[in-house]
Design a protein around this ligand. Sequence first.
Ligand SMILES: Nc1ncnc2c1ncn2[C@@H]1O[C@H](COP(=O)(O)OP(=O)(O)OP(=O)(O)O)[C@@H](O)[C@H]1O
Ligand SMILES: [Mg+2]
Length: 353
Amino acid sequence: MQHELSLLQQFAGTFLKDVNLGVILLNTSFELIDISDMACRVLGLHREQVLHLPMERVFAALPAEHQLFNRSILDGMVVRNHALSWTLGEERYELLMDSNVLRDGTGDVVGAYIIFKDVTNLRSLEEQVQRSDRLAMIGQIAAGTAHEIRNPLTSIKGFLQVLRKTFEDQGMRRESGYTDVMLAEINRINELVNEFLLLSKPKHAAMEEVDVSQVLRDILPIINNEAILHGVIVRYEAMLDLPRVIADRELLKQVFLNIGKNGIEAMGEGGYLTLSERVDMEERKVSIDIHDTGPGIPMFVIDKIFDPFFTTKEQGTGLGLSVCQRIIHDIGGYIRVSSKGYGTTFTVSIPFP
Ligand SMILES: Nc1ncnc2c1ncn2[C@@H]1O[C@H](COP(=O)(O)OP(=O)(O)OP(=O)(O)O)[C@@H](O)[C@H]1O
Ligand SMILES: [Mg+2]
């Protein structure tokens, strides 16, 4: 018997150290008798400092309504799956808590226990699922609307071109200038609508073997033009014999243009935009790093930058990156972003056969 008890005690000690649950044991004076390591970590406590302290003192720094529990749990109030949030420094935890009294053989209350589990990750998984539902819905609405917008636009554009011709023939310079402006605006709408369509359904992509270096060389003049406007210097670090990938050449151009443009727009005069190529033979993928020396992307923004319509720019549509992600996903690749306060790197990785 003695032996068994000590085994149980041994286990209790190990259990409180190892278990990935918050466990707190209280006596009838509402003093903390023991606490698991996980509970210490989440609550920001040191076990040795809080053992045998009254619970009010353990959480002395917090106002009563923010303390995890109160004396009523000793009165036999049973708690099951009580959801609560707990903030420790920068971390925010979502917890599910149970508690109940402990009784001895004769039924007298000798203390109470509190057990909680950390469901923070489950919660964020839930949010992700909701978000991808929302994205799918936006995509469907976008596709429907885009078609409806494009058709009337085409006829407006056609008639405008006729008008412009007439104005020109009659020497009405000012009026033909107006039609030019209108046509340019219509083109802008058209581009926007095209992006919508891209977002909502992968268009009939023309897949072929593509030399990514060649794609970068093709768009370098365009990026350079944009860079000059912003006083930014572009560097290109090529690699010899980059393996070819299977992709739609035009769509790839769009990806690098969008990301490059973002980098340039993020920087002021004197910034550097660097495009460099890498190969990972083991994982069989080609990676392009697009690095800028801009201000970086704040933590609370970085989660959202791939969401359609998320933008911090007055003139932005917020579609640039979501289109890029769609395109790269469709060819089995991925885009990673790292930004640590100063400068940002977007890495586009594409598998090669
Ligand atoms: N290199 C970067 N440095 C800092 N912030 C960036 C960078 N790239 C993207 N962002 C942030 O991500 C947001 C979303 O980018 P995205 O390309 O999707 O849309 P946009 O650039 O705002 O609009 P559009 O692409 O239509 O002009 C930007 O508004 C910006 O806040
Ligand atoms: Mg953009």
